[in-house]
Write a new protein. Structure first.
Length: 131
């Protein structure tokens, strides 16, 4: 068995993202939600995710954008974020080990918590974010 290494570069990010979204696409809870947005055109989404995670986990600032707004009106609940986090952590653990791998899981946890909190807030007030 090959030893598992830490996340260090774009090739590692691509492995993480491709493996993770492969699981998402097959997931009975998350797959239909993602497919309703992506509509079979996964390449642009995956490229955006490579850039996002590369910016988050390395010093390469390749992502430009606002990650929350596209998620605001998705038909999701807490259980969707829990599943997303479970699949993400499972994917990280299956492919990587080390400081960056742990950081990836920590950042995913923080992002899921923040996104769900903001979605809940805006739903309860029937309002839109200011930016």
């Amino acid at each position: 068995m090959a030893s598992v290494k830490d996340i260090k570069d774009l090739e590692d990010i691509k492995l993480l993202v491709n493996s993770f979204y492969g699981k998402v696409r097959e997931d009975e809870l998350l797959g239909p939600i993602f497919e309703s947005v992506v509509q079979g055109n996964w390449e642009p989404h995956l490229n955006k995710m490579y850039s996002f995670w590369q910016t988050v986990l390395t010093e390469d600032m390749t992502y430009r954008g606002r990650p929350f707004p596209p998620h605001m009106k998705l038909p999701v609940e807490q259980k969707h974020f829990e599943r997303w986090l479970g699949l993400f952590s499972e994917t990280v653990d299956a492919n990587f080990a080390g400081v960056k791998a742990e950081e990836a899981k920590w950042r995913a946890q923080r992002m899921a918590t923040m996104f769900w909190s903001k979605i809940s807030y805006f739903r309860s007030r029937s309002s839109e974010p200011l930016f």
